[in-house]
Design a protein around this ligand. Sequence first.
Ligand SMILES: [Zn+2]
Length: 460
Amino acid sequence: MDSNGGVDELLTELQSLKDSKLDIEARISVLEAQLQQIQSKQHPNQKGSSDCSNGGSESGHDLTPDMIYRYSRQLLLPSFGVQGQSNLLKSSILVIGAGGLGSPALLYLAACGVGRLGMVDHDVVELNNLHRQIIHGEAYIGRSKVESAAAACRSINSTIEIVEHKEALRTSNALEIVSKYDIVIDATDNAPSRYMISDCCVLLGKPLVSGAALGLEGQLAVYNYNGGPCYRCLFPTPPPTTACQRCSDSGVLGVVPGVIGCLQALEAIKVASLVGEPLSGRMLLFDALSARIRIVKIRGRSSLCEACGDNATVTHQKFQHFDYEKFTQSPLSAAPLKLKLLTADSRISSKEYDEVVKKGEAHILIDVRPSHHYKIVSLPKSTNIPLANLEDRLPEISSELKRKGIHDAPDAGIYVVCRRGNDSQRAVQLLHKMGFTSAKDIVGGLESWAHDVDQRFPTY
Ligand SMILES: [Zn+2]
């Protein structure tokens, strides 16, 4: 027995058993789905209870008794009915992104009986996904999102075909993957993907249900549908980089992508079943704080559009070599940006800063994160001066230095920290300019502190 009473061994065995259980469950769902498909091909009219004749040929539809029972609440809707359900069962929908938007979209699409449901994602499930990515559970942390989402969908409906694409959607594979489906749902969270997916849908003539959620707001529209506009018609040039925020940086309340993802599923179902009036040529804007939903009319297809206009320049070949990251000035992957604005002598590693603290060297530590970040967690004895207010609050730094008896000599200790080490560099640049020439930033910010110095320090 080891020093902690065998806890480690128990945890390891427990984890290994949980992993095996998940694998077995996933395998069972796959086999059940395969069995269902084979049986329905062999006996197309005898699915489910064999002594009950299905409505089938006599009723002019091909729904089996099991299907009639499973989807009965939808069949009872006069505007949807048997025809809507049959259309849905014959359709295929691709959901790009199994995250906050994709989670509810996939669950509802699987439940309602889309014939073939595809999902694309290259990411793995992380603990800080679970507050909004409700298709994933704790047991899947560290495992593929697509595997997790597929298992959840199969557990709801083993009678539909579920296709797993465990890869990132890129210009090299997008045309091939998207071409296999009738309708596309963009459930990604970044500008380059948005343009890439829209262009791809235009090239292949696929309707696109596009959604976005950030903070407490969301939006939704259907593009490239029945002569309606595409995403580029509306946004011919990408927004400035600073406007391309992501929830990993600016936060999102879990329900907000949930609401938008549900609406995406609904629009895709309408397009697939040929029921209702899809949100084409209009955009839905959702504001969670004020509980307001607005629908605004958007401009129609633009004859000048690079993707779908009269003299469109986006071709299959050009698409495959187009650099969407360069075009939008923002990265495809979720990996945070790492700036390098300062020279090595204006920087200090988190371990080196730890030495400064341990040696008791006189210094001040300025944390330049926004105050709501500072309230989550902060280093002891740090002063919070958000980057946006730094210039106005320079006198505070001077008086703090004076109070500690530090003069701004080349070796005077002014250290600046932020979350990841980007804003701290911007702050140090400003401090140097304003005469605080000894200011240094802590490389990698609080994340590096949590990684290299204090593993119990919370990350967010
Ligand atoms: Zn267009």
